[in-house]
Unconditional design. Sequence first.
Length: 219
Amino acid sequence: MAHSVTPDRFSDVRWFTEVASTNRVAADLVREGAGDGLVVVADHQTAGRGRRGRTWESRPGSALLVSVVLRPVPPLVTLAAGVAAAEACQAVAGAKVDLKWPNDLMLDDAKLGGILSELVGDAAVVGLGLNLGWAPAGAACLGPGTDRDRLLAAWLAVLAQPSGDVLARYRQRCSTIGRQVNVEVPGGQVAGMADGIDGEGRLVVDGRAIAAGDVVHVR
């Protein structure tokens, strides 16, 4: 298969027919000495993961499943990767993709994909899963005609750019801001109005900054 040209920073692209998890493969390669810019892509994952150990479902060839190694770890890495994915979807597929804090990509209020960032030593392994030709019940997909190679190249191209305005771009697309939310946090739940995203990428709910949690938009 011929694959699209990627930025010089991400020229080491390794394609697999099937892996347990692209993040797991990338993390293992980091431990073996892989440096910044490594890209791992798979047609299928047998044990794809989301945040908090959730499973990520996909059918062979029906999704963009990719992980990149970023060293040193950039600021706001999860938010930056989400912004890059949303902008790539718009550029390649014309889709208006929103961002649900902290790491979900949403299309018409249904989940289209997600970001999973993990620290491995002094590097970040950042995974992206995007539904293209198929989605589980209740989720969204971009459509089977979406060019996966072009989408990958577009995501990497945005990631390769300086990220000084990540927060502004994230806030512009964040569908959580201005919504009533319930946030599951360690030890309990926070309910209230999502006022915004602070300078550290935390969700602010009724004046309280939340660094990590699972958000439900209250309809």
